[in-house]
Design a protein around this ligand. Structure first.
Ligand code: SF4
Length: 319
């Protein structure tokens, strides 16, 4: 499969006063193939949501390049920009906060239609009904308001809204983390079904590694604004290489009490440092149980350790 989007050395800085700079994204590179789901995981504050927001143009990047369908997005013409905005949509984390409580479901879902297409009133209504049915709601819901729905139903409305412009690429920013556990699997299954039916490409941002494993073809692990490991989903979970990935995976409980009691855990020590004051060299060095002298001086580069499996750690570069 060809790449739909390539992210090359992406940077996003925020100036936080008194000359200090918060490096939310610090030189991240990865690509997403047409039709696949790329999971982006890491603790809160690692830059994964900021990455999604830069890709959907809610934030301007501070450096690097985004290449979409072979074109640098910073050089798109007016028409190409419009097409990009139609093609790339976002599903937000909080279905309560992301829907305007004063708008009916019909008007919320039709926002994308109103921006990108000129439809008659009847055609607009028919398109909204079709979208509601696609996400497991029905046309009777169109005249209601967000407060009349449960969290899972609101997220379905958010998904219908994102699909209105007929996008090719959906950025799903922690779409299940605000939902009850019992509802999470329903929303993930819905996203997987829609992807198959419409041939969509997903960037799935999450901190819950167990759900990311279920939905993703490939996974990237972020730490303090940098990617530390990228691999096929199965490969990453079977053979994690980076100490941070191993610690994240070992925090997932195994649903077998005997295995759970005997497994060896790699515990994460301490808190994630501030991205305003990241440690020199490897950013994970202050929490890593394998830290060496070189780690505090030299930033490790991403290297390919197996086909399609890359990792940034001196454990694999030192000789
Ligand atoms: Fe740990 Fe060093 Fe690898 Fe960083 S580079 S993860 S500190 S071993």
């Amino acid at each position: 499969m060809a790449d739909l989007i390539q992210i090359q050395d992406l940077k996003k800085n925020f100036h936080v006063g008194t000359g200090r700079v918060l490096k939310a994204i610090d030189g991240v590179s990865f690509s997403i193939r047409e039709g696949e789901t790329f999971g982006l995981v890491g603790e809160s504050g690692c830059g994964k949501t900021t990455t999604g927001r830069v890709l959907v143009r809610l934030y301007q990047p501070s450096g690097g390049k985004i290449v979409y369908k072979g074109k640098d997005t910073s050089t798109l013409s007016k028409d190409e920009s419009k097409e990009f905005c139609r093609d790339v949509q976002m599903i937000f984390q909080d279905p309560y906060a992301s829907l305007n409580p004063r708008m009916s479901v019909e008007d919320i879902v039709a926002e994308g239609l109103d921006i990108h297409m000129k439809l008659t009133r009847a055609a607009r209504r028919a398109a909204v009904h079709e979208l509601l049915e696609l996400v497991g709601l029905n046309k009777e819901h169109a005249g209601r308001f967000p407060h009349e729905f449960s969290g899972g139903q609101r997220q379905r409305i958010g998904i219908a809204r994102a699909l209105a412009s007929k996008p090719r690429f959906l950025i799903c920013d922690e779409p299940i983390s605000a939902l009850d556990v019992s509802i999470q699997a329903q929303i993930v299954n819905l996203l997987m079904r829609i992807q198959k039916e419409l041939g969509l490409t997903y960037l799935f941002i999450a901190h819950d590694l167990s759900m990311v494993k279920y939905i993703s073809d490939r996974v990237g692990v972020m730490y303090l604004g940098s990617l530390v490991e990228v691999a096929d989903s199965k490969d990453l979970y079977a053979n994690p290489m980076h100490p941070y990935t191993r610690a994240l995976l070992s925090a997932i409980p195994i649903p077998d009490p005997d295995l759970e009691a005997t497994r060896q855990r790699e515990k994460l020590q301490g808190e994630i440092p501030s991205p305003i004051n990241a440690p020199p060299g490897c950013k994970f060095s202050k929490r890593c149980p394998h830290v060496m002298d070189v780690c505090t001086k030299v930033m490790p580069e991403m290297i390919e350790l197996a086909p399609g499996h890359t990792c940034a750690c001196h454990l694999y570069t030192k000789k």
